[in-house]
Design a protein around this ligand. Structure first.
Ligand SMILES: *Cc1c(COP(=O)(O)O)cnc(C)c1O
Length: 472
């Protein structure tokens, strides 16, 4: 090691000196002693690393004990700020997996708080005064709304698919069309989940065309399951053919083989009434007599992360007996949020107005534009017109979350341009606000898609922008 480094290393403040400075100034009174000491050592370690790698090359670069104490306090303050925070989703992607998918409705939130603040009857049958089943709380609503015979809930739809495959097809073949061997994103691929479940994949048909005869030829004594997967996040067009669920159910009936449909983003509401292409609802799928369907709680359903399995009694009984159920079981927070969400579905109108995901998807473009105009008026009255330019233009939103792929939803975009900031810099500043606003960059401009922004979120945007403009 060269001499300068050796000399510099000797000038690093000692842990005791830094701790002393912290105590004298009461910098870290709210933190435990071991936490403060460890942070002190980490800060000193960073200074040492800086000297060793040449980043600190003179004595001026080595902080005093007081300055190091300040760094320790700063790190501890950062640690005590929440990392998981609310944000404003101005991307126009309604079901954005990175932004937490479906926002919860008031009823769900209130129910979570009420049920989890104290004890609850999570697994306690109040009528009989003995042990109950946690799934029963939502099963009654799910069955009433969809007509299913029984329901099972697990942590997410990936877990639901795993559980179904493992229960019905472990060591046996699961027949799937080659056109449905999808990757959903975020490490969920049908062939991989199948391998983990112990089911053996039996591919049939081709990427673009699968016929009933393909399924018939592939089924036999080694078949455990016929699985149909909703190709949620892409669409094949042109020379394509798939076998419908009713035909598969008929084949299952003839052969005694279970048929399951992974709907992915199952909806209880027919969105074709709102200008979308017809996609089968959960009720449509169940009406075919399928053994079970699986779908997510936090996609089109508009609730918490959960995997919902609905279907026939015999099939669900087998699933409930699987020891994996215990490993995949959902907690009371999720159950409460799901029960609160499902209450909205007792009246479909209430679901469409009360659940933010459905409201955002079905709101007419004129109403989105009116909200955009309102925001623009407020922004213009607050921003200096010589540096900032705010306009409205038409654009399109996406459902996201593997729902309604390739269907563009007309929307209104608020375009924000600052003379002194590039789009990339401005987008970053919005991301760094106390309540971050996640925007889109389109044609080198920052845009807010107003379909996913509600009026009650305006204050975050207005205060945030005042904050950014004030510093410019
Ligand atoms: C989204 C999706 C899944 C995974 O659901 P999660 O709730 O995200 O685990 C599985 N299958 C399909 C078809 C999907 O669209």
């Amino acid at each position: 090691m060269d001499e300068t480094k050796k000399t510099l290393l000797r000038t690093i403040p000692k842990t005791d000196e830094v701790l002393h400075a912290i105590e004298k100034e009461h910098l870290c009174d709210d933190f435990s002693r071991p936490l403060v000491t460890d942070t002190c050592r980490a800060v000193i370690g960073d200074i040492r690393d800086g000297i060793m790698n040449g980043r600190i090359a003179s004595e001026k670069g080595v902080p005093s004990a007081g300055a190091a104490a300040g760094r320790v306090a700063e790190r501890l303050r950062a640690l005590s700020c929440y990392s998981l925070r609310r944000v404003v989703n101005a991307t126009g992607i309604v079901l954005h997996t990175n932004l937490g998918r479906a926002p919860l409705c008031e009823k769900a939130l209130a129910h979570v708080v009420d049920v989890s603040r104290g004890y609850s009857n999570l697994e306690f049958n109040l009528e009989e005064g003995r042990r109950g089943l946690r799934y029963d709380h939502v099963r009654r609503l799910l069955c009433a709304v969809t007509g299913a015979e029984d329901a099972v809930i697990v942590n997410n739809n990936a877990a639901a698919v795993l559980l179904v495959l493992n229960t019905l097809s472990e060591g046996k073949e699961t027949v799937v069309s080659r056109g449905e061997l999808v990757e959903i994103g975020g490490e969920f691929r049908i062939p991989e989940i199948m391998e983990k479940s112990g089911a053996v994949l039996r591919e049939v048909g081709t990427t673009n065309r699968t016929h009933p005869a393909d399924y018939e030829r592939a089924t036999g004594p080694v078949t455990g399951l016929i699985l149909k997967v909703h190709t949620s996040n892409f669409r094949t067009v042109g020379f394509v053919e798939e076998v419908g669920l009713p035909e598969l159910v008929a084949l299952g009936g003839r052969t005694g083989i279970a048929v399951v449909h992974d709907l992915g983003s199952g909806s209880f509401i027919g969105l074709d009434d709102y200008g979308f292409e017809r996609e089968p609802t959960v009720q449509d799928a169940l009406a075919t007599g399928v053994d079970a369907v699986t779908f997510s709680g936090d996609k089109l359903l508009g609730g918490p992360q959960a995997g919902i399995i609905l279907g026939r009694n015999e099939t669900l009984e087998r699933i409930k007996k699987n020891p994996l159920m215990r490993a995949l079981r959902i907690d009371k927070l999720t159950l409460a949020a799901l029960e609160g969400t499902l209450m909205q579905y007792l009246s479909p109108d209430r679901a469409v107005t009360g659940l933010r995901v459905l409201k955002a998807l079905t709101e007419d473009p004129g109403s989105v534009e009116a909200r955009a105009k309102k925001l623009v008026r407020k922004l213009k009255s607050r921003l200096p017109g010589d540096t900032w330019n705010v306009t409205i233009r038409k654009g399109s939103s996406l459902a996201g979350g593997g729902a309604l792929p390739a269907q563009e939803i007309p929307t209104a975009l608020v375009v924000i341009v600052c003379r002194d900031l590039s789009a990339a810099k401005l987008e970053k500043k919005f991301r760094e606000l106390p309540v971050p606003v996640i925007a889109r960059v389109f044609e080198d401009k920052v845009v807010f898609d107003m379909r996913t922004v509600e009026e009650e979120e305006f204050p975050f945007i207005l205060e945030g922008l005042a904050n950014i403009a004030g510093k410019e």
